[in-house]
Write a protein of this length. Structure first.
Length: 71
């Protein structure tokens, strides 16, 4: 559970179709410095993304927040 009392938010990278459920590996965490919620970055087993690739793929939402990518 996330600090806001809801289920943890996750960005699933490396999957290009909508999914109801997904099993993968947490490869990073977006830590929002100006918000209470962190976001998990999950990818299929065996696939990794650089910090730059992660930032590019989550920009659409994270552009509004001050954040760091933690490994």
């Amino acid at each position: 559970m996330a600090p806001d009392g809801e289920e943890q938010d996750v960005y699933v990278l490396g999957v290009h179709t909508a999914v109801k459920e997904f099993t993968g590996k947490v490869i990073a965490i977006i830590h929002r410095c100006n918000d209470i919620e962190d976001k998990w970055i999950v990818a299929p087993e065996g696939i990794d993304f650089s910090d730059e690739e992660i930032a590019k793929q989550v920009y659409f939402q994270e552009q509004y927040f001050d954040y760091v990518i933690k490994r």
